[in-house]
Design a protein around this ligand. Structure first.
Ligand code: SF4
Length: 95
């Protein structure tokens, strides 16, 4: 199963512009593979990332949502989860 995910990760979409081609986004598929590998960031890194997100204009507070979790309006991720993966990165390179 891990091999299947690894093969899927090697498939690259046709780039539409130079910016997109230069930057590889961290996707749900990446998170699934990293979960299977157990590739998680340590708590210090996670907290540092979340502190950056808390200052960011793209952060949507989860106080009013059913999930009660903060989400990034740019990538749609739940930031407390995204920040937990070693290989994850902010789409606009804030962390
Ligand atoms: S992931 Fe990046 S863009 Fe999204 S809220 Fe965090 S710092 Fe802002």
């Amino acid at each position: 199963m891990l091999n299947t995910f690894s093969k899927l990760l090697k498939l690259k979409p046709t780039p539409k512009c130079a910016d997109c081609a230069a930057r590889e986004k961290y996707t749900l598929l990446n998170a699934a593979v990293d979960t299977l590998k157990g590739d998680f960031a340590d708590e210090t890194v996670r907290q540092a990332r979340l502190a950056i997100c808390q200052q960011c204009d793209y952060l949507a507070s989860g106080k009013d949502s059913l999930m009660r979790a903060d989400r990034c309006k740019l990538c749609g991720c739940f930031v407390h989860l995204k920040a937990s993966y070693t290989n994850a990165s902010c789409d606009i390179n804030k962390w």
